[in-house]
Design a protein around this ligand. Structure first.
Ligand code: NAD
Length: 487
């Protein structure tokens, strides 16, 4: 188990990582530690020229190394070796992640870094299992459907779980034979560079995995670059829409978009209430509510509402807040002061619209960083700000229903459809919920993103297009060429 450590002792490579080397230069911006908001490093901002250099190096590496055409077992071997090195350097990677993000060290090493290695290993195993098809054509000609990589994939990642979300782009794209240029979030830029250095150590040819640092301006330049064959993005719905527009305007590039959510948890009167309360609390406290699948809308059948509220108001305060470099911390900061103030504005607006705050409802002082209290708001309707907007903080809303149909109707969000949970002992009702709920993932009698990489994850409606994880993620990094041979 990881112990306390000194955040000032953390060394990061501050720069882009292109063709196997760290590169700096140009305009820079400071990077703060979310736990105490102390600036601890800087990153350069990649302009169009730097993005061009990264994409050019990726194309050159594909051509020189035969990454796409070499026996796929070789790609698999390098990816597996990479996973081993990630594990061997877990403590260092975990510390970089914990200092620079909202992830407590207790979860960064055994959770995020371990999952990153596992994910890379899972995708490595797909590399040599990606055959094409022989088609039964109408003529006696030979019809083939051949799978080919896009060439260079552009990946853009968010700040909330930086390593894992990046690895979900890297694993499938690289296993399928693409090179990749990754732009991490400007708020959490450093773990990706360490990952790229370890890839080189594992034998990945220089230039196959490049990192460019920067803000949305860099992300836009990457999306629009003519050398990018496909875009894979995780982040907000608003940015996803901008990326989709830019991808359309710059060559009709395919996009995979993993976007925002406002996921419901539907609790029926016949549910195992203790289990439901534990799952709900776990889902909204994870990463201090900064999870795309956070089950933030609790929708409960009237007869058990009081009992559920009692359990939640008991469980939610059971947190150990603190700096992310303290081993005992299990509840970290909000990513930035601006984001914490946004959470507070939505809670205030919810109150003004009639919301009743049963627990929390304010910032927590005493850490230097921005921490928000676990919060429950009751007496809200579908148009209340806290029910409508993705808050990305530890805030639950509570809505009551009588009939199954009312419950399903409340669960439906006009914009989002990322995930949903349903708690019931009635198998038929659970299956009706699976059919009714408009969400990319539905959990029955549990709630969490499973780390089973065979299960794809992605959204319905404005929560996204396409899937991360699973066989589907690999397939989305391939395009298909039809071949007809006159024999
Ligand atoms: P964001 O959209 O603000 O930023 C994400 C990334 O996009 C960053 O790297 C940013 O620099 C870049 N970016 C910003 N503007 C851009 C532009 N015009 N063109 C290209 N790139 C641009 O999101 P965030 O605040 O970093 O992350 C939180 C959001 O991510 C939440 O909405 C959350 O639900 C979502 N998320 C979704 C999933 C999922 O699997 N569906 C997983 C994690 C996070």
């Amino acid at each position: 188990m990881s112990g306390d450590f000194d955040p000032a002792a953390i060394q990061v490579t501050a720069g882009h990582f292109i063709a196997g080397a760290a590169i700096g230069g140009g305009e820079t911006i400071p990077v703060a530690r979310p736990s105490d908001l102390v600036d601890y490093a800087e990153i350069p901002i990649a302009d169009g020229g730097m993005v061009d250099r990264a994409v050019g190096s990726a194309h050159a590496a594909v051509a020189a190394s035969g990454w796409a055409t070499r026996p796929p077992r070789e790609r698999a071997r390098i990816l597996r070796r990479w996973a081993e090195l990630i594990e061997a350097n877990a403590e260092e990677l975990g510390r970089i992640e914990a200092v620079g993000s909202t992830r407590p060290i207790s979860q960064a090493v055994t959770g995020d870094v371990a999952a990153t290695a596992d994910g890379i290993r899972f995708f490595a195993e797909w590399a040599d299992k990606l055959g094409g098809e022989v088609a039964a054509t109408r003529s006696d000609n030979l019809g083939l459907i051949v799978s080919e990589p896009y060439g260079v994939v552009g990946a853009i990642a968010p700040w909330n779980v930086p390593l894992s979300t990046a690895s979900w782009k890297l694993g499938p794209a690289l296993a399928a034979g693409n090179a990749i240029v990754l732009k991490p979030s400007e708020l959490t830029p450093f773990s990706a560079v360490r990952l790229a250095q370890l890839a080189i150590e594992a034998g990945m040819p220089a230039g196959i995995f490049n990192v460019v640092q920067g803000t949305g301006v860099t992300g836009d330049a990457l999306t629009r670059h003519p050398g990018i064959g496909k875009i894979s993005f995780t982040g907000s719905t608003r940015t996803g829409a901008a990326i989709m527009r830019a991808a359309a305007e710059s060559g009709i590039k395919p996009v995979t978009l993993e976007l925002g959510g406002k996921s419901p948890q539907l609790v029926f009167a016949d549910a195992d209430l203790e289990k439901a309360a534990t799952c709900i609390a776990g889902s909204i406290l994870a990463n201090s509510g900064q999870g795309c699948v956070a089950g933030s809308r609790v929708i409960v059948q009237r007869p058990i509402a009081d009992a559920l509220i009692e359990l939640l108001t008991m469980k939610l305060p059971q947190i150990r807040p603190g700096h992310t470099w303290k081993a005992a911390t299990d509840f970290g900061p909000i990513i930035s002061d601006a984001q914490a103030r946004r959470i507070d504005r939505i809670v205030t607006a919810s109150r003004e619209q009639g919301g009743e705050v049963l627990l929390g409802g304010g910032l927590m002082a005493g850490y230097g960083g921005a921490y928000y209290q676990p919060t429950i708001i009751a007496n809200v309707t579908a148009d209340n700000a806290a029910v409508r907007e993705e808050i990305f903080g530890p805030v639950l809303t509570l809505q009551l229903f009588d009939t199954e149909e009312e419950g399903f109707a409340l669960a439906d969000h006009p914009e989002y459809g990322l995930a949903a949970g349903v708690y019931t002992r009635d198998l038929g009702r659970g299956l009706r919920a699976v059919r009714q709920l408009q969400a990319g993932t539905v959990w029955v009698n549990r709630y969490s993103r499973t780390l089973d990489f065979i299960l794809p994850t992605g959204g319905y409606k404005s929560s996204g297009i396409g899937k991360d994880l699973g066989r589907q993620a690999v397939e989305q990094n391939l395009r298909h060429k039809t071949v007809l041979i006159d024999i």
